[in-house]
Design a protein around this ligand. Structure first.
Ligand SMILES: [Cu+2]
Length: 623
């Protein structure tokens, strides 16, 4: 018996342990089964069976890749990468003459906030605009072809981060600047910051007939940083709002010096009044651009005090309110356009800043919304029920709240640190309320490791139930700053480029292919078709280009395969050149044959069983 004594408590302990373990395991097993069932339900929501298409296109900025990423929602499959501000060897963008000229020698860009064209406040699916923070450009993409069709360099505007947003009928695209600089980026010491530096906003228009972007006018705003913006809607349709930071006018160590004041400003402006000033000649010409100085040509621009260092400012779908979030303050602030209009009418100004009237905060503010322990509110999106969804960068979550009452309705953690979020049709006058995608700055431990730097992530959140649910999480290349999501049936792509016989330099019949030589120039008017190049119909070898070293060679190539998805490429071995010619398209490659020798060229896009045979020679005879 003595021997058994030590065993009894141990045995009891063991049995108890087994029991607890069994209970725990059973509980855990049950929970796991339940979780799996829910996960299965979630998986079904994102599963788009083969043969079916997604419900939405999501256009996400590719940040400093200079590209735009296209995803399908809800599958979250990446469908396409569209090069915009940087060259791309896959499509030859930046290599063929037209896109190379358009890029203007720049080899990188920083694409931030894409904006879909609108008609009556709804996304119309025709065009998409984007801006380049790195090199002060605006671009427009044609959504019938998913290609960049024009680019505009904006002088005076330095780092247009606070863009792009379009007015309700795409009358304007505004590009306010992140950086202040002397006009024309002239040299001026930083001690002259207040006197000589300006934060310039460009007003750009898109001419649908010429398919060109045009710089309408600019506004020389105070030397602050302009961060994000939104256009008014309906009752506020003539207005737009932008956030500012560094109203301290710091010139160094911004982390501290640009965060001193308790309040920065929202710039509230009436773009119709600004356009009228231009019509009335109230501007000066600065570096060839009509420039409004709001301190001299007063009216139409007002300041609204806002919680310090705000990021996003977003107009509600009904156009009645604008919501700003101070990223260093825990609150979202709801402002009323109606109250702002009354304050402007009654001149309820609390003072002037850099010559601009400051509206009295309490006269314009409707509500401060401060969800408990929510930190770092950045950007707000909307659904179809009057609810707002704000990303919290620091507490890493999305908070759903009622715009009318400020009541917090739901919160969901995301991995990690969301900058923007985008809801379906979220910036239009009628959001769909189905999905919101969190654009997270850090994926950390979400995916297989790829070394010290990890991908960013996008998380798809289902809004259909009472509670938000994350139902998919996908890695994404750096760096989606913002995205817009549009119903797929609003986009109408073409299958092939039309056979336009009048298109300059195009050739549609093999017998018309020719090579023309004159004074050190070789002009090729050729055809790409399955599975050959026809460059000179009369030559012994129809797929050969002969040039002399130093000649300028211009290859015009038309893809006469008017067949969807039969795209051809033209890459020249060891000449660092490649371009894509899509079905029915004519593209031009222009270069100096500065290297003598023998250089095969070949079709770079797989096009048929005999694709490998689709090649020829560039022969460059030495001088
Ligand atoms: Cu081919």
């Amino acid at each position: 018996m003595r021997k058994s004594f030590p065993f009894t408590p141990a045995l009891i302990g063991l049995l108890a342990g087994i029991l607890v373990f069994t209970l725990l395991f059973a509980d855990f097993g049950g929970k796991q089964a339940a979780d799996r069932a829910v996960a299965k339900g979630d998986a079904e929501k994102v599963y788009v069976p083969f043969g079916q298409k997604d419900d939405y296109y999501l256009f996400a900025s590719g940040g400093h890749s200079g590209q735009l990423f296209v995803y399908g929602v809800p599958s979250m499959r990446r469908i396409r990468t569209i090069p915009v501000f940087s060259p791309d060897t896959a499509t030859g963008y930046g290599f063929d003459k037209e896109s190379r000229d358009m890029l203007g020698g720049y080899t990188w860009g920083d694409l931030h906030h894409p904006a879909l064209s609108e008609t009556n406040g709804e996304y119309d699916g025709k065009y998409l605009f984007a801006t380049d923070v790195a090199n002060n450009r605006a671009a427009v993409l044609d959504l019938t072809t998913f290609t960049t069709i024009d680019m505009l360099q904006t002088p005076n505007t330095v780092g247009p981060h606070c863009a792009a947003f379009v007015t309700e009928n795409t009358e304007y695209l505004f590009l306010p600047a992140r950086f202040s600089a002397p006009l024309g980026q002239e040299y001026a010491p930083l001690d002259d910051f207040q006197a000589k530096y300006k934060g310039v906003m460009s007003a750009v228009q898109f001419n649908e007939k010429t398919r060109k972007l045009e710089l309408a006018y600019q506004v020389a705003l105070p030397p602050w940083s302009y961060d994000l913006s939104d256009a008014g809607k309906k009752v506020s349709g003539d207005w737009a709002v932008l956030t500012t930071y560094n109203t301290e006018e710091a010139t160094s160590n911004y982390e501290i010096n640009a965060s001193q004041k308790d309040r920065d400003y929202i710039v509230l402006f009436n773009w119709k009044e600004l356009a009228k000033k231009i019509d009335d000649g109230q501007y000066e010409m600065v570096n060839g651009v009509k420039m409004i100085d709001p301190a001299k040509q007063t009216g139409g621009i007002y300041l609204v005090p806002v919680a310090k260092s705000p990021h996003g400012v977003d107009v509600t779908p009904d156009g009645k309110r604008f919501i700003a979030s101070g990223k260093l303050a825990p609150a979202m602030t709801v402002f009323s356009f109606e109250k702002a209009f009354a304050a402007i009418k009654n001149k309820k100004f609390s003072g002037y800043e850099e010559g601009l009237p400051v509206l009295d905060y309490n006269s314009v503010m409707e509500r401060e919304v401060n969800p408990e322990n929510a930190l770092g509110p950045l950007h707000t999106q909307f659904d179809d029920q009057g609810n707002a969804y704000t990303t919290m960068f620091i507490s890493s979550e999305i908070v759903k709240w009622d715009v009318n009452t400020g009541e917090t309705l739901d919160r969901i953690p995301v991995q990690y640190s969301p900058g923007h979020a985008v809801s379906a049709e979220g910036d239009s006058i009628s959001p769909d309320g189905k999905w919101i995608v969190a654009l997270n700055k850090l994926a950390k431990d979400s995916y297989l490791s790829v070394g010290p730097s990890h991908p960013e992530s996008m998380q798809l959140i289902d809004l259909s139930g009472d509670k938000m649910r994350i139902i998919a999480s996908v890695p994404v290349d750096p760096e989606p700053h913002y995205a817009q999501m549009i119903k797929a049936d609003k986009i109408h792509t073409i299958n092939v480029y039309p056979q336009d016989e009048k298109r300059p330099d195009s050739v549609w019949r093999q017998e018309d292919a020719r090579i023309v030589r004159k004074d050190g120039e070789v002009h090729v008017y050729g055809i790409a078709m399955r599975s050959k190049f026809v460059l000179d119909a009369k030559a012994k070898r129809k797929d050969v280009i002969e040039a002399r070293q130093g000649d300028k060679v211009v290859v015009h190539l038309t893809n006469i395969d008017l067949d969807e998805d039969i795209t051809h490429g033209f890459g020249i071995n060891d000449y660092n050149l490649n371009m894509e010619v899509q079905p029915g398209e004519t593209k031009t490659l222009e270069f100096i044959a500065d290297k003598a020798g023998t250089f095969p060229f070949y079709c770079t896009n797989f096009c048929s069983a005999l694709h490998q045979e689709m090649s020829g020679y560039l022969l460059v005879e030495p001088k």
